[in-house]
Ligand binder design. Structure first.
Ligand code: ZN
Length: 240
């Protein structure tokens, strides 16, 4: 059994297809989605249908929430707000109902999944420091939890204290807890434009981050053709 765990797709169809192909080629048997399927890029409907067809565990992201509810967008930055409004117009009511039905966190086999944080999953806080991670760890009842939201792949490990580890390959050791950010499929923000996701193999207790080049030029031209802000296209190449 091998899980492909991915999130923050943000309506980037080319990146999503590349990730799913790579996962299957690398023996993934199960898929898990950490939310933010839509928002920012130009293929919300296609990405939603692909994820839904996987019939895998999915948790809700803040863009999934905002794109499926008629709330006001004051607290979003102007670029995100513009993209959310555009996305609302593209999704059917039935697709919005599906997004709305997603839970904030879930237990999958013996690990937890959440989009943002476990201490307050519906508040969409950002886990950036060891201190943020400590707060989330106090609500983590499994050894391993996967999350997204910051679009920056990394992991926090709690032993005697909390430390951050880089996104290479991680072996899950007894007595420690792990909070693993899988990075973003569709809009990475760690100065690396390539799509990011994680393969988790329970039998080996191994977590492996994958980075993949995809057809970014097509994604960018779709953003422009859709009339979305040009900055949403240029930021993809910069990985931020
Ligand atoms: Zn996101």
């Amino acid at each position: 059994m091998r899980y492909a765990i991915f999130g923050d797709i943000h309506a980037n169809l080319e990146a999503l297809q590349t990730v799913l192909e790579d996962a299957r080629a690398n023996g993934a048997t199960d898929f898990v989605c950490l939310g933010d399927i839509v928002g920012y890029n130009a293929d919300p409907s296609a990405c939603l249908e692909i994820v839904r067809a996987l019939q895998c565990p999915v948790v809700k992201g803040n863009h999934d929430e905002q794109s499926s509810e008629p709330s006001d967008l004051t607290y979003f930055n102007p670029l995100a707000a513009q993209a959310i409004q555009w996305t609302r117009d593209k999704l059917t009511q039935e697709q919005k109902d599906w997004l709305r039905s997603l839970k904030f966190s879930r237990l999958v086999r013996n690990f937890t999944i959440v989009h943002a944080t476990l201490d307050s999953p519906a508040s969409w806080g950002y886990i950036i420091s060891d201190l943020d991670a400590s707060a989330s760890f106090s609500y983590q009842h499994t050894q391993l939890c996967f999350y997204g939201h910051t679009h920056v792949p990394r992991a926090f490990v709690r032993d005697l204290r909390v430390t951050e580890v880089p996104p290479t390959t991680l072996t899950i050791e007894p007595g420690k807890k792990y909070f693993v950010n899988v990075g973003s499929v569709g809009q990475p923000r760690d100065q690396d434009w390539r799509a990011s996701y994680v393969l988790y193999t329970p039998a080996e207790q191994k977590v492996e981050w994958r980075r993949l080049e995809y057809d970014i030029a097509t994604t960018q031209s779709k953003i422009i053709a859709a009339g979305l802000p040009e900055r949403l296209a240029s930021r993809l190449s910069e990985g931020r």
